[in-house]
Design a protein around this ligand. Structure first.
Ligand code: 13P
Length: 342
């Protein structure tokens, strides 16, 4: 393992105040989003959409890297240029989602553990040889603060933390920077304080597991949720309250050695995600660069505008770049709702 090369890649992922474009939805998830808009759920439509995203002019001015799923990783433009090459030629770092999805956790109703460790060493080697710079693995943690529920269980947190740590060790061994994505879901009525407590407990255990497995903290990127009340919670907090709780949580549990934190959007609207990211950057200096690695909050409304029609190509790319520029501004504390009036 060349640790120095890994460290430099991790730093490059958050350099220049840029963020990551997550476009690694599995074929199933992508199909569901297509079908909701009346777009044909075929491999060719998924390929065409990803080609459109990756060939967006000036994407690299706000975006440092892209996360692909296995299907996209092996696809090419209509003219035959492999997507990995297209991204690299555009100056983008290439990431690959390597987990095989969150599956029901045995004996724990309503909870999931992310799978994909079997054969991972060989898969990582192949991705690295084909041009990947980094990898991603997402764990999903459900919160159940009502109806007498007690999620997440310690078992769920432990199982996911261990899987994340074993994945991360294999990534570093293969020369890929691991993105560690432990996501506390926004679904539910839980409060901001509850989300903070769960996120803190989860991240604490994840970093303990990473340390136990010997993972170099200097050569990974953390991709957490922002600390937010559940989507159905009666009280929704201001961007400043979200920023305060998120930073308090992260400062307590994320070692300063970590080279960067890139938030997921988790189902927030594009505007909310940008305004909360902005609020995070109005607060005092943090030990790590804080950035974004959004899928939905970057791709919507671009996907709606595309509507499966090549004629909408330019408008789709414009919408994607708009969200990318809003988030780029947010990383400088320069985003405001005025940017949305176009
Ligand atoms: P969202 O930003 O839509 O939560 O997605 C994050 C992610 O990791 C998708 O792969």
């Amino acid at each position: 393992m060349n640790l120095q090369a890994l460290i430099e890649t991790a730093q490059a992922m958050v350099a220049g105040g840029k963020g990551l474009l997550a476009m690694d939805e599995s074929p199933g998830t992508c199909n569901r989003r297509f079908e909701a808009l009346g777009i044909a759920p075929s491999a060719e439509m998924r390929r065409a959409y990803r080609e459109l995203l990756l060939s967006t002019p000036e994407l690299g001015s706000c975006i440092s890297g892209v996360i692909l799923c296995d299907e996209t990783f092996g696809q090419a433009t209509a003219e035959g240029t492999p997507f990995v090459q297209l991204a690299r030629d555009a100056g983008l770092l290439v990431g690959i989602k390597v987990d095989t999805g969150a599956k029901a956790l045995a004996l724990r109703s309503g909870e999931k553990v992310t799978e994909g460790l079997d054969g991972l060493r060989e898969r990582l080697q192949a991705y690295a040889e084909t041009g990947a710079h980094f990898a991603k693995w997402r764990a999903v943690i459900a919160v159940n603060a009502v109806d007498g529920g007690h999620l997440p269980s310690a078992a769920c947190i432990a199982a996911n933390a261990q899987a994340l740590a074993r994945y991360a060790a294999l990534c570093q061994e293969a020369g890929l920077v691991p993105i560690i994505e432990p996501e506390v879901l926004m679904t539910g009525t839980h409060t901001l304080a509850h989300c903070q407590a769960v996120t803190e407990a989860l991240l604490r255990e994840v970093f303990e597991a990473l340390t136990l497995q010997g993972v170099a903290l200097e050569a990974l990127i953390l991709k957490p949720n922002m600390v937010i009340a559940g989507l159905a919670a009666p009280t929704q907090n201001t961007a400043d309250e979200v920023a305060h709780a998120t930073l308090q949580c992260l400062r307590r549990v994320v070692p300063a050695a970590v080279p960067g934190i890139t938030f997921l959007s988790g189902g927030q609207s594009g505007e909310l995600a940008s305004s909360r990211l902005n609020a995070l950057h109005l607060r005092p200096h943090t030990p790590w660069p804080l950035s974004f690695s959004f899928a939905r909050a970057l791709q919507h409304p671009a996907l709606d505008i595309w509507d499966g029609q090549d004629a909408n190509r330019a408008a789709t790319q414009k919408a994607l770049m708009h969200r990318a520029r809003c988030n780029f501004a947010a990383l400088r504390g320069e985003y405001s709702a005025a940017m949305e009036v176009r």
